[in-house]
Design a protein around this ligand. Structure first.
Ligand SMILES: Nc1ncnc2c1ncn2[C@@H]1O[C@H](COP(=O)(O)OP(=O)(O)O)[C@@H](O)[C@H]1O
Ligand SMILES: [Mg+2]
Length: 583
């Protein structure tokens, strides 16, 4: 994990190395200043020598100035290095996510990926900056200060060493408890983020179902859990200060007591005693900083692991070596296909699928929700790979094609279709930037989208809001169909893509397909028999198996399931929705 993260420092390596260097110089100055102070007091003030007062005074000012300068440089490089690091991390994650297969995304979940790219990266950025600055400053200062104390008066230094051990033990105790609590805090963050992500994106659904109270309660439970953990962690952190104070005052009293004796006895000067006071503070502060770093590291460890997981994830579906880059034709064949979303679990979503479709055929697919229709078509353009058997497009296994070539030839209108914010024209051209306005108009005419677009005040320049909320469901579906048509596919797959259109529009779209794109193989998944009955052949799916594959007329005679669906949907009340109840 560490190696993955460190690699992302990349071009900011110099800045990352300069930061500790300048920090170290800053600390050297800081540590030397009290030493000079001792000289100023002993050789200047106590000796009544004004020249020495000026000399050492100017030296101190010079050193203070240098310390400030180094501090500023260190701060600037730290900011530069850590922001750059975060930027590289996000870049690397984003680039890798683009290569993910659907199965990779299933593994992380979309909201998980969002959290990793935002909160987790921010944590790491923060930690990196702190590490660059404080992790050098604190130990370095600690060691230098201890050395200075030993130089000034080895006997008195024993006091610190005792104090140091006591404080280190106390802080160690606190830090390990706080670290554990913060580990839990981050797990709870995930729960909370998931809840936020899901609810904000589903806010319309929640309102429609009047489930606000329930969701608020669920959220507030997660928030309360987080609150309690935070309070416990912070309460432990808050112990640090009093413990620290106790030790500091203990040291000062001990110092004053022994110091007085030594000064009176003549083995210690007044100036040396003053600088000892400064060093003791410096030592104990460094220790405090160190303990903060440990907390910080435990907090960012989880984030680091989560970020590294995304960067290191290998896509499940990759281009084969010696890939075929020739555009496939429209023949499709499934050959003894079994498929499971979780490899090795034995839960097959598709079983023993065998069929052959010639280029240009229109195939309807019908079956209950969860019967595997979407899964089946997602194998055609390799959104997932088969578990067993093979899928052939244009006579060759899909796994031998160049991925881009294959997916260019297969246009899919997914069940959960998405429009981007931008104009209608932007959205249409998203799949094929080379499409002319004439192409777009034609595609929209085929998809029956032209009628409502032309009625809009700004026509093709009308803006689509984020998520396509300002067009109706049926309109959105037709825009998505038009967008798919613009890719000039050999195979077109509509996954329940006309469900929100009325039956007449649905029929007109299919008629246009038949007449104007006879060479394209079409798969039309639908819930309504009326949407598929004109197809050349219809596939009836039930629990991951094909129970019938024939024309409408023949299926009515031979397939019991199909006939039942047909009877229910053509009942006098014409209520298609009962299909769900019937399952
Ligand atoms: N990404 C996924 N991960 C795991 N299981 C899934 C996934 N997508 C669908 N499934 C499961 O596979 C089965 C078939 O789903 P699907 O092909 O979407 O059916 P249909 O499109 O016919 O409604 C369902 O039981 C569903 O729960
Ligand atoms: Mg589906």
């Amino acid at each position: 994990m560490l190696r993955t993260l460190i690699r992302q420092v990349g071009q900011y390596r110099t800045a990352s190395l300069l930061t500790p260097l300048f920090t170290a110089l800053e600390v050297v100055m800081d540590v030397l200043i009290p030493y000079v102070t001792a000289w100023l007091i002993d050789r200047g003030i106590n000796a009544g020598d004004m020249r020495n007062v000026y000399l050492y005074g100017i030296m101190m000012i010079g050193m203070a100035f240098l310390s400030l300068l180094f501090g500023i440089l260190a701060g600037r490089y730290a900011a530069y290095a850590s922001s750059g690091f975060a930027c590289n991390l996000r870049d690397a994650m984003y680039r890798n996510i683009q290569t993910f297969a659907f199965s990779n995304i299933d593994r992380f979940s979309t909201s998980g990926l969002v959290t990793r790219m935002t909160t987790d990266v921010s944590n790491l950025q923060n930690a990196f900056q702190q590490i660059l600055r404080v992790s050098v400053r604190a130990p370095f200062r600690l060691v230098l200060s201890v050395i200075m104390c030993l130089v000034i008066n080895p006997g008195m230094s024993l006091i610190f060493l005792v104090a140091l051990v006591v404080l280190a033990m106390a802080l160690g105790c606190i830090v390990s408890r706080v670290g554990r609590l913060f580990g839990q805090v981050f797990q709870q963050y995930d729960v909370l983020n998931n809840s936020v992500q899901e609810n904000i994106s589903a806010i319309r659904l929640i309102k429609a179902f009047v489930r606000e109270d329930y969701e608020v309660l669920k959220f507030s439970k997660a928030a309360q859990g987080l609150y309690r953990l935070f309070v416990r962690a912070e309460a432990n952190m808050a112990l640090m200060s009093p413990v620290m104070n106790m030790v500091v005052y203990g040291c000062i009293i001990a110092l004053s007591w022994f110091g007085a004796h030594f000064v009176v006895g003549g083995s210690l000067t007044m100036g040396e005693l003053t600088s000892l006071f400064t060093y003791v503070m410096s030592i104990l502060m460094s220790l405090m900083m160190l303990s903060h770093i440990f907390v910080m590291l435990t907090m960012s460890e989880a984030s680091g692991r989560r970020v590294a997981e995304v960067i290191d994830e290998r896509p499940d579906i990759v281009n084969p070596p010696a890939a075929i880059a020739r555009r496939p034709g429209g023949d499709v064949e499934f050959f003894r296909v079994d498929f499971s979303y979780h490899d090795g679990s034995g839960e097959y979503v598709l079983q023993d699928i065998n069929f052959r479709v010639r280029a240009g055929e229109t195939i309807g697919i019908i079956g209950g929700t969860g019967s595997g229709k979407s899964t089946l078509v997602s194998l055609i353009d390799r959104l997932y790979d088969v578990t067993q058997g093979g899928v052939l497009v244009g006579g060759r296994d899909v796994r031998t094609y160049d991925l881009k070539t294959l997916r260019d030839a297969v246009a899919v209108v997914l069940q959960q279709n998405v429009l981007f914010s931008g104009t209608i024209l932007d959205n249409l051209r998203w799949g094929n930037p080379a499409a002319t306005l004439e192409d777009c108009r034609r595609a929209c005419r085929l998809a029956c989208a032209d009628e409502f677009i032309e009625r809009m005040p700004e026509g093709y320049d009308t803006r689509i809001e984020q998520g396509g909320v300002n067009v109706s469901g049926g309109q959105r579906q037709r825009l998505c169909i038009a967008r798919a048509l613009l890719r000039n596919p050999s195979i077109l797959i509509l996954d329940d893509s006309t469900s929100a259109c009325d039956t007449a529009t649905d029929a007109r779209i299919q008629k246009a397909f038949r007449e104007e794109m006879p060479e394209v193989t079409k798969f039309i998944i639908a819930q309504r028999v009326s949407s598929v009955q004109e197809c050349d052949r219809i596939m009836v799916m039930d629990h991951g198996r094909i129970t019938g594959f024939d024309t409408h007329r023949r299926l009515l005679e031979t397939n019991q399931l199909y006939r039942e669906i047909f009877d229910i949907q053509t009942d006098d009340d014409g209520d298609f929705d009962n299909w769900e109840d019937w399952k």
